[in-house]
Design a protein. Structure first.
Length: 192
């Protein structure tokens, strides 16, 4: 049974949400290519793939980068349907972007029952005017938070790695429980 689980690759869908100019695309580029990306804002959405080698659990990541402009917000929910992880990004030097992030948390919670929401405070290389408030919000709402810098790379890999590992472990433990239950049912069916 164990080798059966280990041979199957996990698929993890990650959607990145946040206000305009908080660095969503730059965070993804930093994570995927370990380089900084400074380009115009994303229009609608972009899709990336990355393989992640978690010991015994090879994982294929589907990374969705969404546009932060208000005119695209009505189509954003279609991107986070079936997402395993939703990263909600705000800029640590912008109170407005944090307030928008809290609105997105509530929106996602009303539309997605079971999903891992993680707050990402980007631009940690700048003055952090919102850190205490963001940590308090995170603690009060049971949401993990990471502070990163897409510019320097600080914390980006760790934020993705720890979040994905937790989701993969949860998926795998659910898979083990399902296999054990199926084996028990087979034994019961074969008996008498």
């Amino acid at each position: 049974m164990n080798s059966q689980l280990q041979s199957v690759e996990s698929e993890v869908k990650i959607v990145v949400l946040g206000d305009i100019s908080v660095g969503k695309t730059s965070i993804l580029y930093r994570y995927i290519s370990n380089s900084y990306y400074e380009q115009p804002s994303t229009i609608t959405a972009s899709f990336f793939k990355k393989k992640l080698n978690i010991p015994d659990f090879p994982t294929n990541l589907q990374l969705w980068d969404t546009a932060g402009q208000e005119k695209f917000q009505s189509i954003t929910p279609m991107y986070y349907r079936n997402a395993d992880i939703i990263l909600i990004v705000f800029a640590v030097d912008s109170v407005h972007s944090f307030e928008r992030a809290t609105v997105l948390v509530e929106e996602v919670r009303t539309k997605r029952d079971k999903c891992n929401i993680v707050l990402i405070g980007n631009k940690s290389d700048l003055e952090n005017v919102i850190k205490e408030r963001a940590e308090e919000y995170s603690n009060n709402n049971g949401i993990k938070i990471h502070f990163v810098s897409a510019l320097t790379g600080s914390g980006v890999k760790e934020a993705f790695q720890s979040t994905v590992e937790e989701v993969v472990r949860d998926k795998r433990s659910g898979g083990v429980n399902k296999l054990v239950k199926e084996e028990e049912e087979e034994v019961q069916k074969g008996c008498c």
